[in-house]
Design a protein around this ligand. Structure first.
Ligand code: V0V
Ligand code: CO
Length: 140
């Protein structure tokens, strides 16, 4: 079902500061920046590698407001790993398959994700405490 790790999402208080940190430490390049109002984030994608059906990235996330998912996470837990995203060939199909196993889907339908992807989240309490994102990358 999973083709690769698409990205690790990191919650940050200051996006520019963490872009400088990660790109400096690991010699990674920012390949996309986006504001996603629906998800309540300003984000940057740092490219690691290309893989089956899409790339692998670190996704740095700064909340647009304190009431958003990342804003609440920062208040509760501070900066750090927020979610893990897996690349799938067909996000709607993967949602159906995983939902049928009793995992709570946080989205009824796929939503708009970074770089034109389609995404959906699974409840962390049903995945061993890990907020899990499914990603179908945009067609090249
Ligand atoms: C909350 N919990 C987490 C968590 N956030 N556990 C692991 N990882 C996280 N990131 C725990 C929390 O500690 C609670 O556990 C429990 O889940 C229920 O939390 P809650 O009180 O309902 O907390 P909320 O209201 O903060 O909601 C949490 C969820 C929410 C996960 C339901 O954040 C959500 O719907 N997230 C999906 C959307 C999202 O995260 N968007 C931002 C990334 P205890 O205390 O009860 O044990 S956008 C993105 O990645 C994009 C655009 C992209 O990739 O393209
Ligand atoms: Co993400």
């Amino acid at each position: 079902m999973f083709m690769r790790i698409d990205h690790i999402g990191i919650a940050c208080n200051d996006l520019e500061e963490k872009i400088a940190l990660f790109s400096g430490l690991f010699e990674l390049t920012v390949v996309a920046r986006e504001v996603n109002e629906e998800q309540g984030v300003k984000e940057a994608m740092l490219h690691i590698a290309d893989g089956e059906g899409g790339g692998s990235y670190i996704q740095l996330l700064e909340p647009l407001d304190a009431d958003s998912p990342v804003g609440k996470f920062l208040a509760r837990r501070g900066e750090g790993v927020h979610h893990v995203a897996f690349g799938v060939p067909d996000v709607a199909g993967a949602m159906e398959q995983i939902g049928a196993k009793g995992v709570r889907l946080l989205d009824k339908h796929p939503r708009h994700g970074s770089m034109g992807s389609s995404i959906a989240f699974l409840h962390p309490k049903d995945v061993g405490g890990m907020l899990t994102e499914l990603v179908q990358a945009a067609r090249p």
